[in-house]
Design a protein around this ligand. Structure first.
Ligand code: NDP
Length: 240
């Protein structure tokens, strides 16, 4: 059965692979982009582009309205957009701390709240998947802001899972490890080598490997999974 899916930050990296995974399952997929133009391969698959900066509540509201008008109430929300602004704590500005929290955590609250409202109204259950990070579990020098935002998503998601579970809306959190996207490309080569020494599988992940887990958590087969933190990280966070 085709569902109404909204992937936030779907034009690039992990989000892009996620849009492809859902579209190939036959779902009606909308995706947000903030900069640039929608990728042609996603348009070719029939996915609907919606321009939206998730730090602006008005843009979030109008994005949901646009999607609802085209494909009905959102039944699956994937909150994937995220940014990093790394620095050691003593050099980290208030601005960089707040910006990362705003995009990664506060905007996810905004998106999940809007999606929950319409899922409850539609009374058909639903799926919310939040994209966190292995860094939320392990911590990472230079990423106090990013780790705080991603760990916040775990507490947020689990609390929400308890609030809305009785309505058959699941909320799960995926924690990817280092994944081959623009975000990872911004890291110095030495740092990447250092991280990979800690990865039991010994390699970087690819966006499709994260997308397939997100897609599973949103599937009918995953109906009894909620509040789970699911690592897709080559083993780097095991034991955390
Ligand atoms: P990319 O930098 O490739 O993609 C980030 C996405 O977030 C882009 O689509 C971007 O949109 C969107 N975005 C950023 N800020 C906003 C905003 N204010 N409003 C709307 N959209 C926004 O990174 P990845 O694909 O790697 O990251 C996807 C998610 O996975 C992130 O949450 C990231 O933290 C997480 N993650 C990534 C890991 C990695 O190693 N790559 C590891 C662990 C977690 P646009 O480009 O249009 O601005």
């Amino acid at each position: 059965m085709s569902r109404s899916v909204l992937i936030i930050g779907g034009n690039r990296g992990i989000g892009h692979a996620t849009v492809r995974a859902f579209a190939q399952r036959g779902d009606s997929v909308a995706f947000t982009y903030r900069t640039g133009e929608p990728e042609p391969d996603l348009l070719f698959l029939g996915a609907m582009p919606v321009r939206c900066d998730i730090t602006d509540p008005e843009q979030v509201e109008s994005a949901f309205r646009e999607v609802e008008a085209d494909q009905g109430p959102v039944e699956v929300l994937v909150a994937n957009a995220g940014i990093s602004r790394d620095n050691l704590l003593l050099r980290m500005s208030e601005e960089d701390f707040a910006a990362v929290l705003e995009t990664n955590l506060t905007a996810s609250y905004r998106l999940a709240k809007r999606a929950t409202r319409s899922m409850l109204k539609a009374k058909r259950g639903g799926r919310i998947v939040l994209v966190s990070s292995a860094v939320a579990l392990r911590g990472e020098a230079g990423q106090t802001n990013y780790a705080a935002s991603k760990a916040g998503l775990i507490g947020f998601g689990r609390s929400l899972a308890r609030e809305i579970g009785s309505r058959q809306i699941t909320v799960n959190i995926v924690t990817p490890g280092l994944t081959d996207t623009a975000m990872a490309a911004a890291l110095p080569e030495d740092r990447v080598k250092e991280i990979l020494r800690d990865v039991p599988l010994g390699r970087i992940g690819n966006p499709e490997e994260i997308a397939s887990t997100i897609s599973f958590l949103a599937s009918e087969e995953a109906a009894y999974i909620t509040g789970a933190v699911v690592p897709v990280d080559g083993g780097i966070s095991m034991g955390h």
